[in-house]
Every structure is written in structure tokens, then in C-alpha cells.
Design a protein around this ligand. Structure first.
Ligand code: GBH
Length: 588
């Protein structure tokens, strides 16, 4: 308990219990650490929590196994064959916006290296490939008045090559590279964009639709809105109206999505028979302090702003009550008479509601949340009213914002099932990065995919979530937006010092490919299979610090070592994984 600390008197409390020295009764109150220590004693250490244990089993038949890229991140050829400029061309060419002055001028040169990309996909043995269309490559000024035939041919050829390789396309209409010409007239802020997006979608459905069964209208409206129009960290780099602009932009994105879905539904669905939806990104959030109700509410608000903002109008009708309440409350706190969140008309609510064919989810990590009262501050962040941090025992990766938290994916999937009436879900992105020296033995990525995909399997088998597909981000190391080429998410390494930009498989390629071949994690007891050849730290026995341990013990050792390590040094994941060489092992 807190006690007298010699020369420091009562200044510092070392206790598991707080002692109130102002109260003559000296009452003791257990701190969080007391509860924590109690659990350590009860468990006699740090056993692997139930929800981190792996299970055996397979996904449904015809499960979509995919890998993803996006046009600006891989294509290059920024001025070839009549392509128009996008807001990302302009943004990366603005000094100071991107790490190391990187641009997508060349990127992975996928515009000229289609065969290499197809070969990479074949090696992974994916059933699907998710890529996006560069709007200004096909419609240079954003309108259908002028079509750049060469750009359209590129995508035609890509679709033909994919289908010839027996890989089905998943096509994103908008992965952030808006034609600069449309930004010049206000971009997503100007509601005429709704008509432009509708025409663009119509044009793509008509020209590419016969070869495409899966469409995604928008990739991550949250990131477009908040990073592009609140923080200014992404193109178009706006941050001057963080109180109103995100809601105007968001309003137009939702309405644009709905119009594109209706065009497909009215004109193309009968003949083409595909699916059209939107992809939203969301972290999972846990309360920072599990003993505080406010922290649960903050965690809920995190997920609500990531998902509910977009998905509630589209899946349930109208803006989410929680988002409405948050923005209204903060608007009133700033002396406004009404909410800064625009309202949909009753006709719009009806028109938007139901414009989905599946739930597209991008997910990378979880966070811990707690509330913050911003007073009368008029800002998107104040509306959300939370701060997020990560737990320092969570494994680090090549990106500061991304900690390995596999448990969160299962919880998020279950949340989506319950909140949005059990829709079919496609995970349209999930993956991990590294930075620094190149090491093709990407043990951390194998571990990430193993743990996250196994949590998806639990969501399917144990929680009955209707999960129909999984997509690994990314096929290639590519332009990671604001941080340029410094953070590498690829299954394939792209050597940027070689002008040929060769793609080399990292170790995770054969691992992911084995999961695909096995359609999950079949029980080795039912006979040896491809995965049993691979290192699976969570299931098979592994070599941990020279000792042969059962997987659970090793994982416990791993967690404990990490907890200690991380306190001592802010080492990278690479340092840490070097400590536990995972060796291939065979069952039988
Ligand atoms: C997805 O965004 C994107 O769809 C994809 O294009 C991207 O490459 C991938 O994930 C990996 O990031 O540097 O601290 O300002 C996920 C959302 C957007 C989260 C960029 C991290 C940068 C945060 N990501 N963001 S920071």
C-alpha cells in the first residue's frame, strides 16, 4: 500500500492500494494494479487467454481468397497514354507532404508490368484479386465527355489476363485518386460530384461490368474524409474547416455510393449478376480501463464513427443515432443552435437504405479508448470525444498506428453481425507492415496472417458470422501514402533500387498460399496437409529460445518476453522476432 517514502514523504505512492492520508481512518482502495496482480497470482503467470488460442477448421466452400492493391499505390505511369492528373499526383508533388519526397510517378510500374503482377497472384494462388481503377486514367477530366481509350484498354486487358489465370476481379471504383479537375471545382465538397460519380460508375459498369462480379464503390470513406479533409495528411490536404467539412464531404460520399448502387441495380444487375457494396475501415476498440463505464462508451464511439457513420445510413437507414447525438451535443456546446451534421431528407433516407450487397471491411488493429471533454471546441475530434492509445504489450509492427491485436477482429466481426443484421462480410483488407532493412523471411507477417485469419475462422465457426471472403493487404510493397515507400505491406518485396522493380516473394507468400490451399486450418489429425509443412507457431510445437515447447507455452513465453522487452526498449518487431526463431516442423 502507499506509505511513507523516507525523504519523499508521501509524495509517491508505491502501493497496490491507494491510502487516503487525509482521512484519519486511512482507508485503502485497490488500484487497477492490485486487480492485475491478483490475476497474475491466481493464474500463476500469464497463460494464453482463451480467445488467443487457435482452432482447427475450414472456411465455407467457395470462400473468396484474395489480395489487394490500389491504383495510385502501384500503377505509376502517371502521365502515360493520356492519363489525367489526380489529387494524389498533386499532393505528392507538393513539398513536405510525403516522407522522403516519394511519389507514385513510377510506384511499382504496374501499368507496364501486368504480367509480373499476374505471376505474383498465381504464386499466391488467390481466387480473387482486388485492385482499383484510376478515375483520371479512364476519364482524364473526371467527366464522360472525354474517354481515354488507352487507360480503359489497360483495365480491359488486366481483366482478361486475370480471368485467363482463373482469378476473379474485385474492383474498387474509388481508392482516393480523384481527378484533379474535379477537385478544382470543389471535389467531394461540391454536391455535383454525386452526378459525376454516378456517370463514372455507369461508364465502368457498362464497359467492364461483363467481366466483373464484385464491385466496391468507395474504399474507406472515413480515411477520405478525416485524413483528407480534417487532418490534411492525405490528398486533397484540407484542414481549415475540421468542424464542418468532414460532414459535408461524408454526406456527398454516402449519396454518391447510393447512386452508383442504384445505377447497377437498375441497369446492369439483371444482365451482369454482380454485387456492389462499400468498404469501410474500422479498428476494434476496448475500454482503456475496463472498470469504467465511460471508457466503454468511448470505445463504442470509436467504432461508431469508423463504421456507423457510413454503414448505418446504408444498412439500417439514416445516420446512426450515436453519431447524431455526438455531433449535436458538441455543436450545442459551441453555442450553435443546430447540429453540424447535415440531415438526409426522408426520400434520401429511403433511397440510401439497402444499397448494399455485402459488408466490405478493412481491418488492421485494435485500440484502447477513453473519453475526453473538449469543452466548446468545434472540431471533428471533439465530436468523437475520445482519445485512443495502444497497450504496450501488443506487438509492434512497421507502422506506429498498427499493433498486432488479432482478438479484435473476431470481436469486430461479431459486432457487425449483431449490429447490421448478419450481412455477408468480405474482409477487403487486412495486413501488416515492416520498415527498415529488408528481410525476406517475414516471420512477423506469417504470424499476423496466421493469428488474424484464425480469429476470422472463430468468428465463422463459433460465432456464426457470415464471412464469405478474406483479402490480404497487400500483394506488393507499394506507396504507403503519406509515409511513401518506408512502410512495406507487401507479400512481395519490390526492389526499388533496381529500375526493373522486380517482385520477390517473402516467406509469407507460401504461408498464405498454404492457408488458401487448405481453405483454413484443417486438423492435422485428419491427415497431413500443406499447412503442416509450414511454421505455425500457434498450432505446432515451436522452437522458442532453444527450447522445444508446446505452442501454448511458447506463446506465453513470447508474450512475457515481449512485455518485458517493450518496457526496456522501443525495439522494432524485427528485433523481437529475431529472438524466437520459428522452425519448420512436421506433424507425424
Ligand atoms: C488502408 O488504409 C488503405 O486502404 C490502403 O491503401 C493502405 O495502404 C493500407 O490500409 C495500410 O495503411 O501515418 O499515423 O497518419 C488504412 C488506414 C490510412 C491507417 C493511413 C494509417 C496513416 C496514419 N490507414 N493511416 S498516420
Amino acid at each position: 500500500m502507499d506509505s511513507f517514502q523516507f525523504v519523499f514523504g508521501y509524495l509517491f505512492g508505491f502501493g497496490l492500494h491507494h491510502v487516503d492520508f487525509n482521512n484519519p481512518n486511512r482507508p485503502r482502495t485497490p488500484k487497477f494494479s492490485a486487480h492485475f496482480y491478483y490475476n497474475v497470482m491466481r493464474d500463476n503467470g500469464f497463460p494464453l487467454p482463451e480467445d488467443e488460442k487457435m482452432i482447427y477448421g475450414e472456411f465455407k466452400k467457395d470462400f473468396i481468397w484474395s489480395s489487394a492493391t490500389a491504383s495510385y499505390q502501384i500503377e505509376g505511369a502517371w502521365r502515360e497514354d493520356g492519363k489525367g492528373l489526380s489529387i494524389w499526383d498533386k499532393f505528392t508533388h507538393t513539398p513536405g507532404k510525403i516522407s522522403e519526397h516519394d511519389t507514385g510517378d513510377v510506384a511499382c510500374n504496374s501499368y507496364n508490368k501486368m504480367e509480373d503482377d499476374i505471376a505474383a497472384l498465381k504464386k499466391v494462388k488467390v481466387s480473387h484479386y482486388r485492385f482499383s481503377i484510376s478515375w483520371p486514367r479512364v476519364l482524364p477530366d473526371g467527366t464522360t465527355k472525354y474517354v481515354n481509350q488507352a487507360g480503359l484498354n489497360y483495365y480491359q486487358k488486366l481483366l482478361d489476363s486475370l480471368i485467363a489465370a482463373n482469378i476473379q476481379p474485385q474492383v474498387t471504383l474509388y481508392h482516393w485518386d480523384l481527378p484533379q479537375a474535379l477537385q478544382d471545382v470543389g471535389g467531394w465538397e461540391n454536391e455535383t460530384i454525386i452526378e459525376r460519380f454516378k456517370e463514372y460508375a455507369d461508364f465502368l459498369f457498362q464497359n467492364l461490368g461483363p467481366k466483373v462480379k464484385l464491385w466496391i464503390t468507395f474504399n474507406e470513406p472515413f480515411i477520405i474524409t478525416v485524413l483528407g479533409h480534417v487532418q490534411g495528411a492525405h490528398a486533397p490536404g484540407l484542414n481549415d474547416r475540421p468542424d464542418t467539412l468532414p460532414y459535408i464531404v461524408g454526406h456527398n460520399i454516402i449519396r454518391s455510393h447510393a447512386e452508383a448502387w442504384h445505377v447497377y441495380n437498375d441497369k446492369y444487375r439483371a444482365s451482369q449478376g454482380g454485387l456492389v457494396s462499400i468498404t469501410v475501415n474500422s479498428d476494434w476498440a476496448e475500454p482503456r480501463n475496463p472498470y469504467k463505464q465511460e471508457d466503454y462508451e468511448a470505445a463504442r464511439n470509436v467504432v461508431e464513427f469508423y463504421l456507423g457513420w457510413w454503414v448505418h445510413p446504408i444498412f439500417n437507414g439514416d445516420y446512426s443515432p450515436l453519431v447524431k447525438k455526438s455531433v449535436l451535443k458538441q455543436s450545442l456546446a459551441g453555442g450553435l443552435t443546430k447540429s453540424r451534421l447535415p440531415e438526409f431528407t426522408p426520400e434520401e433516407i429511403k433511397r440510401i437504405n439497402g444499397t448494399y450487397d455485402y459488408f466490405g471491411l478493412n481491418h488492421y488493429c485494435s485500440v484502447l479508448a477513453f473519453p475526453v471533454d473538449y469543452g466548446s471546441f468545434q472540431h471533428f475530434e471533439a465530436d468523437r470525444g475520445v482519445v485512443v492509445i495502444s497497450d504496450r504489450t501488443w506487438l509492434e509492427t512497421g507502422s506506429v498506428w498498427l499493433r498486432m491485436t488479432p482478438f479484435g477482429l473476431r470481436r469486430l466481426l461479431k459486432f457487425i453481425k449483431e449490429e447490421y443484421r448478419n450481412p455477408p462480410i468480405i474482409i477487403t483488407e487486412n495486413g501488416v507492415s515492416e520498415n527498415g532493412p529488408v528481410d525476406l523471411n517475414d516471420v512477423h507477417r506469417k504470424y499476423y496472417y496466421e493469428q488474424y485469419i484464425n480469429q476470422v475462422l472463430k468468428a465463422y465457426l463459433l460465432d456464426d458470422v457470415n464471412i464469405i471472403g478474406y483479402t490480404a493487404w497487400s500483394l506488393l510493397d507499394n506507396l504507403e501514402w503519406g509515409v511513401g515507400y518506408t512502410e512495406r505491406f507487401g507479400l512481395f518485396y519490390v526492389n526499388r533500387t533496381d529500375p526493373d522493380l522486380p517482385r520477390t516473394p517473402k516467406a509469407s507468400v507460401s504461408y498464405y498460399s498454404s492457408i488458401i490451399s487448405c481453405n483454413g486450418f484443417p486438423d492435422p489429425a485428419s491427415g497431413p496437409h500443406e499447412l503442416t509443412k509450414e511454421a505455425i507457431p500457434g498450432i505446432n510445437n515451436v522452437n522458442f529460445l532453444g527450447m522445444s515447447l508446446s505452442s501454448e507455452d511458447a506463446a506465453t513465453g513470447l508474450n512475457t518476453t515481449f512485455a518485458l522487452l517493450i518496457v526496456a526498449l522501443a525495439g522494432t518487431i524485427c528485433v523481437a522476432v529475431g529472438l524466437f526463431p520459428v522452425e519448420n516442423c512436421r506433424v507425424n
